[in-house]
Write a protein that binds this ligand. Structure first.
Ligand code: GDP
Ligand code: MG
Length: 448
């Protein structure tokens, strides 16, 4: 997420931080580079201009030039201004409604509305203890309604049964009825998009809006489309008055132009972001945390929150206890891999740590990626319980069985067993209080 911009900023700041003091021309040069980095990240020109305009007086003010740590002061000034551009503080969902509260998701085809409907329903259930009914109004694309209902079934979220050939507005009426009968707290309407903005879509949305009187009309926009997403948001805002934006595919967005420009260009806050295809890949948009990430300062707060929300605390405790006892089995290793996967794999964890954009590149090269997590998990799952607890018994015939079960080969199994052996040795040393038991470069290389 926003890796390109982050590595640019890290570069700019690391050269500024080296200077014991800054003069005006050095600050100007820094600002020039910041502006260039923003434009390369596809940030809208007016937004880049506004940022520089606001940073400049503070940057060339006495505060920075006289400061004992001018580089860090500069980071702080830029940070504050980016937070402002992103919308200052997180924007809460409006839940003030006589139930059912209606949420309308609008946006172009393929922007992620249907996926987001399920993510939002799960979010409301987890964080607000609100039960939702999901309703697809996409009667134009074949199987669009089924797509939402299947998502509902998979994730235990109520959906409105499909009645063939019903018009969107009639589906809305049926939904309102069903909701009041079943006592759900919220209805999430997944409206039909088009490949581009057109009059029939806007008219349909306006009509649906007048009947549902939604607490939130949320645009779902694909961050990968950069400034196009911002233009689309402006168009929607003009016609249907948005209350919020959900930015999707932020996981694949190395540049961050849409995220940075959206609020300033539309005056509509980004409320959430989609960070992957899975239902749990959905986060509240916190301007300060995003600014932290963009500036390469990491997002420890989100990481810790994620850890406490997503991880199975029971399992962690058990693994920790085993570690202290110096027993670390394949079962523990498997549970660690699972936790890691839940947190979005290496990629997910690393993207939240400070100053890692450089390390991350090295890691990418070293191929520490989700595939390895998946492969190792598949291998361990193909082992018997006995084998997991005592890998020593894994003979070559067992290796053959495990490799065919996991779709790998005996060499990969050997690699995992070797890694595991090194890990257990390391753990044993650590549990004996040997301070040299940490990860040595040699072991680190082996872990690759
Ligand atoms: P709709 O046409 O607006 O309803 O879009 P869909 O919800 O059907 O999504 C289109 C595609 O984008 C699907 O393959 C989704 O899995 C994918 N998608 C949606 N949100 C995200 C996201 O945040 N990250 C990623 N990587 N993919 C997403
Ligand atoms: Mg859809």
């Amino acid at each position: 997420m926003f890796e390109n911009l982050t590595s640019k900023f890290e570069e700019i700041f690391s050269s500024l931080k080296k200077e014991p003091s800054l003069n005006e021309s050095q600050v100007d040069e820094g600002l020039r580079k910041i502006r260039q980095a923003l434009l390369e990240a596809d940030v809208a020109l007016p937004v880049a201009k506004e940022l520089i305009k606001n940073i400049k007086p503070k940057a060339i003010g006495q505060e920075i030039i006289r400061s004992t740590t001018p580089g860090q002061m500069m980071v702080k000034v830029v940070f504050d201004e980016i937070v402002k551009i992103l919308g200052d503080s997180k924007s809460e969902l409006n839940l003030n409604a006589v139930p059912p509260a209606c949420f309308m998701l609008v946006g172009l085809q393929g922007s992620g509305k249907t996926t987001t409907a399920a993510k939002l329903a799960k979010y409301l259930e987890k964080n607000n203890k609100k039960k939702s009914l999901m309703v697809s109004l996409d009667v134009y694309r074949p199987a669009a309604q089924q797509q939402l209902n299947i998502l509902g079934e998979k994730n235990s979220i109520q959906t409105l049964p499909i009645v063939k050939d019903q018009l969107p507005i009639d589906i809305v009426k049926r939904a309102l009825n069903a909701a009041s009968l079943s006592g759900v707290d919220a209805i999430i309407f997944d409206t039909a998009g088009r490949t581009q903005i057109d009059l029939s879509m806007m008219n349909e949305i306006k009509e649906i809006k007048s009947v549902t009187n939604p607490v939130e009309t949320i645009l779902v926009a694909d961050s990968l489309t950069g400034q196009v997403a911002v233009n689309i948001a402006q168009e929607f805002k003009k016609t249907v008055d948005l209350t919020g934006i959900i930015l999707t595919r932020v996981d694949g967005d190395g540049r961050g132009g849409a995220a940075l420009s959206m609020k300033f260009s539309t005056n509509v806050p980004i409320k959430f972001m989609g960070t992957g295809e899975k239902i749990e890949n959905f986060d509240v948009f916190h301007p300060d945390r995003i600014a932290n990430r963009i500036l390469g300062m990491g997002d420890i707060v989100s990481l810790v929150e994620k850890a406490s929300q997503d991880l199975d605390q029971e399992n962690i405790k058990k693994t920790e206890e085993n570690l202290q006892k110096g027993v670390f089995s394949m079962e523990d290793y498997l549970s660690q891999l699972k936790q890691m996967k839940k947190m979005g794999g290496m990629e997910g964890v690393l993207s939240m740590l400070p100053g890692v954009s450089k390390i991350k590149k090295q890691m990418d090269n070293a191929n520490i990626d989700e595939n390895i997590i998946k492969t190792n998990e598949a291998i361990i799952l193909s082992m018997t319980k006995e084998e997991r607890l005592n890998p020593k018994i894994i003979s070559s015939s067992r290796k053959k069985r495990i490799s065919s079960g996991s779709g790998t080969d005996p060499a990969t199994i050997n690699k995992l067993l070797k890694q595991f052996k090194m890990m257990t040795n390391m753990m044993k040393k650590m549990s004996k209080g040997d301070s040299k038991g940490g990860i040595s470069p040699e072991i680190f290389n082996q872990l690759k």
